[in-house]
Design a protein around this ligand. Structure first.
Ligand code: ZN
Length: 380
């Protein structure tokens, strides 16, 4: 995750907010939090060492006493979680069920520590059970997978090695845990007073899981939708062990369309404030992806390039320090262009480049708006 102003999402950076708009946004945020509290849900804001800042964990005061997500594995995060639980009149030891929204370490790192302390059961989408139970080993395989992908996409060897040691040092913020309750996509997570439909909506990660309370029109969304930043559809290793790389952005756009159909009044995200206008937000995200696809297409039409060269053309030095993130953005959008027959892969040695085909067919999921042709709009 990253903020829109410093990363590949910078296209949508807001203009200087005027004070009145700021105040009305604050009032709307407070009202949304109050509606959440009326449902017996408490937002716990747990610190992380990552650029995204604090992660939201949600306490559902029900039977069983349930925590959605747990924060990263650190003493500081545990202290804060305990302090905020105490403010709400509970202790870590009182927790009875921990539900994981997706496989990222800022959401699952503390689960095992809390499980041991409280005896709580752990629930996660069935597709991610192996990943969560084998976290250390799987994270190592993730790093190998990422390194191989980065080389294939044109990142120089020395940079790949440097980035790999950085991601290795992050691994301690995660942890493996035993899963007691695998959740089924389309199944139910039933507490005494809350019933949530479990919805697997991959994209940001392969295990993104949403919890839909139709009675209260409330969606607990993890990092699937976040108001102040656009969720990165990250390149990921497939959870089922297949060799086919998941098309993260293609999956993510499809998942967002399904979420758009929900009559949600309140969406509780993994970071930041509740969302009360998810359709508008999803439409904005689609527009952002349309612009980015058009920009990438224009760059490819002008010159055949590797994904790393494309990332550098758009983000400059950020493509070096955040190579994996920016490559995920490039490859995610180029997947759409390839599916439309507008771009094709060219492999030289071990390295992939993208070249334009001259095709102009509609882009799946993004529709006709991008048909500005190969030299489409460059305003992204
Ligand atoms: Zn995440």
């Amino acid at each position: 995750m990253r903020s829109e102003s410093d990363g590949p999402g910078g296209a949508n950076a807001p203009a200087e907010p005027d004070a009145r708009a700021e105040r009305s946004r604050e009032a709307a945020n407070e009202a949304a939090l109050a509606r959440m509290r009326e449902q017996g849900i408490v937002r716990l804001r747990v610190p992380t060492p990552f650029a995204v800042g604090r992660v939201n964990c949600y306490l559902i005061e029900d039977d069983p006493l349930t925590l959605i997500d747990a924060g990263p594995n650190s003493g500081k995060a545990l202290d804060e979680l305990g302090r905020q639980l105490a403010e709400a009149g509970h202790r870590v030891e009182d927790l009875e069920l921990i539900v994981i929204s997706h496989q990222h370490i800022d959401h699952l790192g503390l689960v095992d520590v809390i499980r041991r302390r409280s005896g709580a059961e752990v629930a996660v989408i069935a597709e991610a059970v192996d990943y969560v139970e084998n976290f250390g080993a799987d994270a190592e395989r993730d790093d190998e997978h990422s390194a191989a992908l980065m080389r294939r996409y044109g990142v120089p060897d020395d940079l790949v090695e440097a980035l790999r040691s950085v991601s290795g040092s992050f691994r301690g913020w995660g942890a493996a845990t035993r899963v007691d309750r695998p959740l089924q996509d389309g199944g139910e997570l039933a507490l005494r007073d809350h019933r949530y439909e479990v919805q697997l909506r991959p994209g940001h990660s392969p295990s993104d899981t949403l919890f839909w309370d139709a009675e209260r029109s409330t969606l607990i969304a993890g990092d699937h939708l976040i108001a102040h930043i656009s969720s990165n559809p990250l390149l990921s290793r497939p959870l089922d062990g297949s060799s086919e790389r998941p098309k993260a952005l293609v999956n993510y756009l499809g998942s967002m369309l399904r979420t758009r159909e929900l009559d949600a009044e309140l969406v509780l995200p993994g970071h930041g404030y509740p969302i009360t206008d998810h359709r508008r937000l999803i439409d904005e995200r689609f527009e952002g992806h349309r612009r980015r696809a058009a920009k990438l297409e224009a760059l490819i039409a002008a010159e055949t390039r590797t994904p790393y060269e494309l990332a550098q053309a758009i983000w400059g030095n950020v493509a070096v320090t955040q190579a994996f993130l920016t490559l995920s953005e490039v490859v995610g959008h180029v997947d759409l262009l390839i599916d439309a027959g507008r771009v094709r892969e060219r492999v030289e040695g071990e390295v992939v480049s993208f070249e334009h085909t001259g095709g102009e067919a509609d882009i799946p999921l993004l529709g006709a708006d991008t048909r500005a042709g190969p030299l489409g709009r460059l305003d992204a």
